[in-house]
Design a binder for this molecule. Sequence first.
Ligand SMILES: [Zn+2]
Length: 317
Amino acid sequence: MRIIKPLCRLLSPAGPSAKLSIFIFHRVLPLADPLLPFEPSAKQFDWMVRFITRTFNVLPLSEAARRLQAGTLPPAAASITFDDGYTNNLLVAWPILKRYGVSATFFIATAFLEGGHMWNDDVITAFRLAQTDELDLDAFGLGRHPLNDVTARVRGYRAVLGKLKYFEHRQRSEIARQIAIRCAVPAASELMMTHQQLRQLASEGAEIGGHTQTHPILENLDDVTALAEIATGKRELEELLDEPVQVFAYPSGIPDRDYSARHSEMVRQAGFIAAVTTRQACATSASGMFQLPRFTPWDRTPLRFALRSLTTLARAN
Ligand SMILES: [Zn+2]
């Protein structure tokens, strides 16, 4: 592992040819959850942050983006980001980040704060609680899913989410709720942060970024609605936090499928200085401030995690 740090500095030198590694997380779980195999536990997140802070120079995303553009990044620059606004970001991830002395950027979809939860969590919880051997969702055009073990349940909800995320927002939420009701999922949840919790996170030094209001696939919206989603999400966060919100993450974030160049222009018009995607790569000065790629470190051993960080840096972008 000792070779990793000098290699990172070699692949990502300071100045104009610097690269910026932007890590994406969603939740950090108090304990590992077999139904959420791609979300790290607190213990795993602890070694991930230890590796990141020992290997990289971690900066808040707005500062990193500005310095990428100005050609003044330090060597092996990185930012840590979280999407969606889960309560465990404040309760589980933030204390670990603080312990290692680094900040992070949290992208918040404002409609789900204050006791709400996203449609995808209705579906995941339905697959968790379902008491039958099979979940028949043919009525929604979403197929039949065996539930005999955890692996089948994970495979089932991933297939459903992959299709459902492209449905129109209201229809998507309605179908997800109906699936949830069928499996006796309670309507109330504390999955997402309250306004007070988000204010606390910001007041302790976290950077807060925009992620629209209702997390739509922007490409599926007409332009007026897309701009309203982007701009209203920003305004609601700024009113809540009483500070400017400078960076944005495209919901779902795959270029030319989930959003396109016209949305990048809307993000710029709304007053953001930079935006991040989910294209798996490192950012360079050629990336463009409104299409900064990120990558998901889903590896669950320190060596593999380190190698993925390194190979992402080494790849041509
Ligand atoms: Zn998201």
